[in-house]
Design a protein around this ligand. Structure first.
Ligand SMILES: [Zn+2]
Length: 472
């Protein structure tokens, strides 16, 4: 593919400049005003060109349950989520497509899918997500979600004796599964990356973490995990390790410049220093943190400490959408209430950089992606500045980040290939996707989670809440 974008508006220093961009194959070969037109010419007048954002943490198949789970904290929410988890391969396929489409239409060109695996069909689940993402053409970082402890082990014991069932699969079998997935699907040149991704300290043994470190080193894989999303996990880490979870992960060797950690809501100053020292990345998922009452991640502190931060939507059952621009807006504004010194607040241009370059850095691909730079991959997004929600004309990036942009993505290229044009995804049949999602679902009313009912009283007692009085 050879093409030239003509007269695109791009941010420079504090202002904007109108430039042409030449692309040959999958790379940007020149950026300057009035370049010679090579290949297909794309008129970009009155359009803003930005590097693609990274949806740096999500769980695609949660889309089947979006809007369905009542307002409860993570530990109870998870119990309900897993009681109704989709078990058909076709469901994995459809929501991977849906996640990709919503990410693309809100400025993303890459997605990190912390993919929930169907028990007994683990490799098939990964193969299906790979197929869906390749069909759409989005850059896919697939992080098969693994654990080796059963769900109830994720709630602190509060000093009481608790029995937990053994997990369905041994640690060794789980690591072998990931190795198999790497052999079969890890293919960065085709835009598919496999990550090691133990779900978090709450459900994973040390052996699983160290096994993942070994795989990561052997195959040069990025590492992903949830980290200290809730207060309950802080208590659990103390019970399990007698020290903070961050300290423990550092000792296990899990933290590194290619490690990205979702949430990081409850970290101490010492923990933050460890993230900075190990060059780990924090993935901020503000909507999920609000939805589950987890808290406000101390993002301004991370930035001041030099910790790289990117944005994620998190799964659609705790957000309940995959609108990256919405996550970026809330994730930028939320912190103004945590620090009186407005000079620490995140500016719209910084938000764009966190979402693009920060996202790429967290996935160890900042030399290839994350900015409009000659030599880098052609992963970028063109926004229509004549859209009503971006008018009247003021500061395009200010409007995009602080406003309520509606259907503003005009075109998207990933790896030099155009997959969105005139505001429509062109690589797959989105009308058919809508029909499939509609036909395979029904309105959810008043469903009851047995597991949630079973663990609720214990959760309330450990967290110092009054005895269960039920919902009205
Ligand atoms: Zn998550």
């Amino acid at each position: 593919m050879t093409f030239t974008l003509q007269k695109a508006l791009v941010p420079v220093d504090r202002g904007y400049s109108t430039v042409d961009v030449q692309v040959v194959d999958d790379r940007i070969t020149a950026i300057a005003p009035n370049l010679e037109a090579i290949g297909t010419v794309v008129d970009c007048q009155n359009k803003l060109l930005l590097p693609g954002f990274v949806n740096a943490h999500t769980h695609s198949s949660e889309m089947w349950q979006r809007g369905a789970i009542r307002p409860v904290p993570l530990e109870l929410w998870l119990a309900e989520l897993y009681d109704f988890v989709p078990l058909e391969i076709e469901q994995i396929y459809l929501t991977a497509l849906g996640t990709a489409v919503e990410t693309l239409l809100s400025g993303g060109t890459s997605v990190v899918d912390h993919l929930v695996l169907i028990p007994g069909k683990e490799i098939e689940t990964i193969a299906t997500a790979v197929r869906a993402y390749k069909e759409v053409g989005i850059r896919a970082f697939i992080a098969p979600l693994i654990q080796d402890e059963s769900l109830t082990a994720g709630v602190p014991s509060g000093g009481t004796e608790q029995e937990h069932d053994a997990y369905i699969r041994s640690t060794g079998a789980t690591l072998a599964l990931i190795q198999d997935a790497v052999n079969k699907f890890h293919n960065p040149s085709e835009g598919v990356y496999i990550l090691v991704a133990p779900t978090g300290i709450q459900l994973c043994s040390d052996a699983l973490f160290t096994g993942c470190v070994e795989l990561s080193e052997r195959y040069n894989l990025c590492r992903h995990s949830h980290l200290l999303e809730t207060k309950a996990q802080v208590l659990l880490a103390q019970e399990k390790y007698g020290c903070s979870a961050v300290e423990h992960l550092k000792r296990l060797g899990y933290l590194s410049e290619r490690t990205s950690l979702a949430h990081c809501v409850h970290l101490t100053d010492e923990d933050i220093a460890i993230l900075a020292e190990t060059q780990s990345t924090v993935v901020h998922n503000p909507l999920s943190n609000l939805r589950l009452g987890s808290g406000i991640a101390p993002i301004l502190k991370y930035r001041q400490a030099g910790v790289n931060v990117s944005f994620g939507c998190d799964g659609s059952a705790s957000n309940d959408s995959q609108d990256l621009l919405e996550a970026i807006k809330i994730g930028s504004l939320l912190h103004n209430v945590t620090d009186l010194d407005y000079q620490h607040w995140i500016t719209p241009r910084q938000s764009v950089e966190m979402a693009s370059f920060g996202g790429a850095k967290g996935l160890n691909v900042a030399d290839e992606l994350g900015s409009l730079t000659v030599g880098k991959k052609a992963d970028f997004v063109l926004y229509d500045l004549t859209n009503l929600s971006l008018l009247p004309r003021t500061d395009p990036i200010g409007l995009l980040i602080l406003g309520r942009p509606t259907q503003v993505v005009d075109s998207v290229w990933v790896n030099g290939k155009k997959i969105v044009g005139n505001g429509q995804v062109t690589s797959i049949d989105v009308d058919n996707l809508r029909k499939e999602l509609f036909d395979r679902s029904q309105w959810v009313t008043n469903r009851q989670s047995q597991t949630l009912d079973e663990i609720e009283a214990h959760y309330r007692s450990v967290m110092g809440l009054s005895e269960k009085s039920g919902y009205s």
